[in-house]
Design a protein around this ligand. Sequence first.
Ligand code: CO8
Length: 373
Amino acid sequence: MIKAVISGTGLYTPPATISNEELVVAFNTFVERHNTSNAEAIERGELEALQPSAADFIEKASGIKRRHVIDREGILDPQRMAPHIPERSNDEPSVQCEMAVSACQQAMESAGRTAEDVDAVIVACSNMQRPYPAVAVEVQQALGIDGFGYDMNVACSSATFGLQAAVNAVENGTARAVLVVSPEICSGHLNFRDRDSHFIFGDACTAILVERDSDVEAGKGFDILGTRLKTKFSNNIRNNFGFLNRADESGIGKPDKLFVQQGRKVFKEVSPMVAETILSHLESLSLTPDDLRRLWLHQANLNMNQLIARRVLGRDATTEEAPVILDEYANTSSAGSIIAFHQHQDDLASGDLGIICSFGAGYSIGSVVVRRR
Ligand code: CO8
């Protein structure tokens, strides 16, 4: 029987960063200008004054210190407050394709593979820059892979759901090797004028190569012991941007529809669901939390990760057990747990067990139990 193995990972990090302090200066300048130019309406009680943001609140509430972004200047311009990413011609590679190619090349290199060894590309992320042709087919072409590619979106759980699809393809013989790549440009769909969420996201791209166990030499990579997916409908994290927006006249001329959430509700509802999913997944594999050397959790909120790890382990987790990349990257949607996996795996010994677990909009949860080979 064919078993799937993670043989390599890659990470593309945009070089530009924005600290909490820089983000707050831009936001508060916008607030000041808004309140000054609407002073009379605010005075008459027709409009509410906007409240300033604070860097110390951001770090305390989320654990985020800075984020990497494709474009800093546009986001930090109080007049604009959106990244400036010029549209490219159809003959140039798209931005997501470029990010994906860089991460995929790294993943193939770390596995000692070339495009000739790979049969499929799954681009799995929260936002695609166009509906078609699929970004995955463009990435496939750019890498020179003779096979197939498709896009999929399960918000923050896109990468783990993509992993399950890759495992299925490898284990049922549809492909010898599959790249799962997550070019997350979260800054493109974040409302930098919204005090509750302007600090949450950053940009990054991860890639994972999944191969047949018989093709990967002993001692390399991670056996995938099992995957578990769970979804439960919720309106608490939404993005209503879509192709039908222009079909409703009342929306014409209005601002774009962007990411919105009820952060507190998400925290309260999702944390127990995640802990239960991990525990029942482990149980189904005849494993216990004590067997886990590492938890590579989705990186949305530090307090949330500490709570989930505590519920799973029955005690506080050390940062070695549940690594944090949120301080440096912020929430990069589906890339988050994979960045943690990519950066915190080298010290594991053969036989060590770990769990990759994503959670987010949908709600969606994806759990993947792995063992160092
Ligand atoms: N500065 C200063 N004060 C603030 C700010 C700010 N920026 N924002 C809020 N406050 C104030 C509030 O007004 C409130 O004041 P008061 O107590 O007087 O009413 C106080 O701070 C507390 O506010 P909250 O209750 O909102 O703060 P929390 O402690 O809940 O922290 C968080 C907010 C950080 C958002 C937290 O709730 C959280 O992280 N929740 C989990 C969210 C989560 O995991 N979401 C996942 C979403 S991502 C996903 O699924 C993928 C989406 C796809 C990507 C799309 C790309 C854009």
